[in-house]
Design a protein around this ligand. Sequence first.
Ligand code: PMP
Length: 423
Amino acid sequence: MSRNLELFERAQQSIPGGVNSPVRAFRAVGGTPRFFARGEGAYFWDADGKRHIDYVGSWGPLILGHACPEVVEAVCARAKDGLSFGAPTELEIEMAELLCATVPNMELVRLVSSGTEATMSALRLARGYTGRHRIIKFEGCYHGHADSLLVKAGSGALTLGQPSSGGVPPEVAGYTTVLTYNDCAQIEDAFKQYDDIAAVIVEPVAGNMNLVPATPEFLQTLRRLCTAHGAVLIFDEVMCGFRVHPRGAQGLYEVDADLVTLGKVIGGGMPVGAFGGRREIMQSIAPLGPVYQAGTLSGNPVAVIAGLVTLKRVLEPGFHDALAATTRKLVDGLQNVAAKHGAAFSAASVGSMFGIYFRAAPPASFAEVMEADKEAFNRFFHAMLDRGVYFAPSAFEAGFVSAAHGALEIEATLAAADEAFAA
Ligand code: PMP
């Protein structure tokens, strides 16, 4: 029996489904999840000792690759001086100053320990600041697992939200209106229909329905309507922040957000999230204002140093362009290989995020994402896994390239893809 299977069977005895986050369970693609023992650069090794080229990067954070020596050394050194104080440290100021200097419109920022905390807190803040209850989100966007965000679209536009998770009270879901991503007419209508909209939250480059970038017109429409109606525009950049542009999606699209949520890359593999934005809004947070938000381990020095070291590398001149070029080589190469085999396949990238789609052209909406051939993806996923290339175990996830991925890894990936498409 493989060690991966042995561990998976053992894990299921004490952990629900054997995993601590559902998509790890391989339910969508079938088969046994790989348990990982070690990572280095673009590679990681599973419990059977098999090496994989990693295009998941811990779902985004590992922009410098696995076990980046600079990050690991900084974490080890910092840990020797204490893991957490539950009191302020100078490092947190350094992180906040760096974020405020880099992310447009970020005048004040608070650190948390996950993306979910960041989005949940940003929503509470938007509600507290506006004194309104309603949240607008878009189908296919994931913003963490807070109750009011675990709502997907009803069948028609502007239908009352239906909880898409058990355990979410209908009263809570009822304050969440789900609209179609990239549909400007629907959001115009929503602002005519509702006078209680506190916030519009959006992934400006969506990475949770595979990769689907917003159109510039869509984001400009959100900005215009939020300004006109006094609603808070939240860019959820937990995934796309520091991946699509050095200044995030605001930099890429030149559209201003009121609040921005961050996570993943800003922790460099350690648990760090953040939400921040316009001073006037952020001043509503405790202890300055009436909106409560807190965290025992928020801003702990070991996590913060991992993020700081990572961010400083990411912000070096040329870093983003080089990483984006590597990512483009990957998606162009995959498209060429697929075309050679006559497969209905397309691929796209924004910065170091990419999407692979088993349909002729990249999707522009959730509905188009759903039209992709999921069975073909699953066969491709396993064929690549067998050949030591690890893509996300779901047709609906974006992929990530790190600075540790070089020409060697891209060539090896394309050679594996050639065999996989042939098979
Ligand atoms: N927002 C977005 C856009 C995300 O991609 C994620 C995680 N995939 C989250 C929020 C939640 O972050 P976390 O898993 O750290 O709670």
